[in-house]
Design a protein around this ligand. Structure first.
Ligand code: CDP
Ligand code: CDP
Length: 203
């Protein structure tokens, strides 16, 4: 059985949290596709060419999650993600993951629009800028990063603007995506909504 749940949305909207919990509930595999761009961005910080970095990526590179979550890596990810050849280099891996047997949840920016336009479930998870900044700030400071709320907010806004404006696979909801605004929702409420929507499509 193949079954794909595509979850897109702006930075720190709760995509990963919802994706992980939906995957656990249904016994599906989960891929945070942001890690592909973060791992590529991380490699460019020492001067490596972005396209070379994307082509050389190995699944194991995604395991260095702590390093990949650093704020400067998020910015590098957003810059390399605007390069069409970088995106092309990462397509096959994502599509193979999506069609693996047993079901898969992928979260990112272009899963429902470009990577898996035929996904059985498409969600676009959003929340207000302020809510997203507060959540990401709590997460980063909890993990020992010394960042201000203002800096987190401007990082999110800068990345969202760049991700939405790029010509290739911009951040936008698929026409058939269900919108999930989690501004006023707890994690449990957002997850319950996503599970209910997925259940309905599973039939
Ligand atoms: O994957 P994405 O960047 O969209 O967001 P995330 O990493 O899943 O969530 C960002 C932070 O917000 C995490 O620390 C979550 O625990 C938190 N969160 C929340 O407080 N309430 C939600 N409804 C969803 C996420
Ligand atoms: O967790 P957060 O939402 O802050 O970021 P992420 O999902 O890890 O993505 C980091 C960056 O990678 C984004 O700002 C995008 O520029 C890029 N990205 C993308 O272009 N396409 C995807 N499918 C996933 C991430």
């Amino acid at each position: 059985m193949t079954f794909t749940v595509a979850i897109d949305g702006p930075a720190a909207a709760g995509k990963g949290t919802v994706a992980r919990r939906v995957a656990a509930h249904f016994g599906f595999a989960h891929l945070d596709t942001g890690l592909l761009y973060r791992a590529t961005g991380l490699r460019t910080l020492d001067g490596t060419d972005p396209v070379t970095a994307a082509r050389a990526l190995k699944a194991g590179d995604l395991d260095a999650e702590e390093a990949l979550r650093a704020p400067e890596v998020a910015q590098a990810a957003s810059r390399v993600a605007a390069i069409p050849e970088v995106r092309t280099a990462l397509v096959d891996f994502q599509r193979a993951f999506a069609r693996r047997s047993g079901g898969a949840v992928l979260d990112g920016r272009d899963i429902g629009t470009v990577i898996c336009p035929d996904a059985e479930v498409k969600l676009f998870v959003t929340a207000s800028d302020d809510v997203r900044a507060r959540r990401r700030h709590a997460e980063l400071t909890g993990n020992g990063h010394d960042v201000s709320l203002d800096d987190v907010l401007s990082d999110l806004r800068q990345r969202d603007a760049r991700d939405s404006a790029r010509a290739t696979a911009p951040l936008k909801p698929a026409v058939d995506a269900v919108l999930l605004d989690t501004s006023q929702m707890t994690i449990e409420q957002a997850v319950a909504e996503a599970i209910a929507i997925t259940d309905a499509r599973k039939g």
